[in-house]
Design a protein around this ligand. Structure first.
Ligand SMILES: NC(=O)c1ccc[n+]([C@@H]2O[C@H](COP(=O)([O-])OP(=O)(O)OC[C@H]3O[C@@H](n4cnc5c(N)ncnc54)[C@H](OP(=O)(O)O)[C@@H]3O)[C@@H](O)[C@H]2O)c1
Length: 314
């Protein structure tokens, strides 16, 4: 169990002063060094017991000899799970604050669609008064792929809107927000009944192209696909084909290559909304609050929130 001494924390991140200030306020006993510069971090890394960072250059990681805990500011840590310079003894945690924000993203677009936002804006531009009935969410099927910290928040809000919420996870078991969850082998049964299919899976060898041509072709007419987990979990070429051939829509926040290359066909499709990986963007205050809560657990010798299972890959 870690002792009550002053632990050394290195913050290696953009906007380091925001993180440092937020943590110092709540954990004054932590000895904090913060920087976004690799050469400065090199100076501190050898003494750091805790690291708050997203991606860390290997040259730095190799020197982190006293590191006990890598607190990642991100939720998806595929770059860390197999990193040979990160010994198994180092605890890696993900930040689990993104669910609320990403649920807001998903429902921002769902509500915009059902309340005919684009039509009313266009009518307004042309001075047209055309009252049309909106669609309702009650009874619509919301299918969530991945029921972790993000999927569960989305599922919870779906239920509040009276939707029929179903979900899929790696190890199927009852989940409060959806009832009995599906497992990966049930995917083909889930897709055709979904009005809204929200993919918030992490990227692992098992989830690469989880949604390929066969699965995407099962989407029913009028369905909306959200991609907010990791781009590589969807076969993007297949997605373009399906978007061209079927009356479905997609709201895409993550892509196989980011930034999405200018020549991608996705930019040209009218049934697609593209956002630049912003559905769950870093919020330093929230990240630091979660970090300090976890640090207090660490001091008490309790189990940390968001420990990455490096064998599972997420
Ligand atoms: N777009 C953005 O701005 C943004 C922001 C934050 C995060 N993300 C992405 O969102 C991902 C999810 O985050 P999270 O915090 O919700 O992760 P999490 O808490 O680790 O949950 C992951 C979920 O995916 C399920 N899963 C994993 N592998 C699977 C498989 N092979 N088949 C079926 N289900 C599988 C897990 O199943 P079990 O429950 O059975 O383990 C779990 O329910 C992150 O990994 C990250 O890549 C994107």
């Amino acid at each position: 169990m870690p002792s009550q001494k002053n632990h050394r924390l290195l913050i290696y991140h953009r906007d380091p002063e925001l993180y440092e200030e937020a943590i110092r306020r709540r954990a004054p006993r932590l000895e904090i060094h913060s920087t976004e510069k690799t050469d400065e971090a090199l100076f501190w890394i050898e003494e750091a017991e805790i690291l708050l960072a997203w991606k860390l250059p290997d040259d730095l990681l190799k020197k982190a000899r006293k590191l006990a805990w890598f607190a990642s500011t991100g939720a998806g840590n595929e770059h860390l799970v197999n990193n040979p310079h990160l010994p198994e003894t180092v605890i890696v945690t993900k930040t689990t604050i993104y669910g609320e924000m990403m649920a807001e993203y998903v429902f921002a677009y769902i509500l915009y669609f059902i309340r005919r936002g684009a039509k009313h804006l266009e009518d307004q531009r042309r001075g047209v008064w055309d009252p049309v009935r909106p669609e309702r969410l009650r009874g619509k099927v919301l299918a969530v792929l991945g029921l972790g910290s993000i999927g569960r928040e989305i599922a919870k809000r779906g239920r509040q809107f009276g939707m029929k919420v179903i979900g899929l996870k790696r190890s199927p078991e009852p989940v409060e927000e959806v009832g009995e969850a599906f497992g990966p082998s049930d995917l083909e049964e889930m897709i055709p009944i979904a009005d809204y299919l929200v993919n918030c899976l992490p990227y692992t060898p098992e989830t690469y192209h989880f949604l390929g041509q066969k699965e995407l072709a099962l989407l029913k007419e009028g369905a909306v696909l959200f991609s907010i987990g990791r781009g590589k979990t969807i076969d993007q070429e297949a997605l373009v084909r399906v978007l061209r051939s079927k009356k479905i829509r997609a709201v895409l926040d993550v892509f196989e290559t980011e930034p999405l290359p200018r020549e991608s066909k996705l930019w040209t499709l009218e049934n697609v909304i593209i956002t630049p990986h912003v559905s769950g963007i870093n919020m330093p205050e929230e990240i630091c609050e979660a970090f300090v809560d976890n640090y207090e657990r660490w001091l008490r010798g309790g189990s940390l929130v968001g420990v990455v299972d490096r064998k599972k890959g997420y």
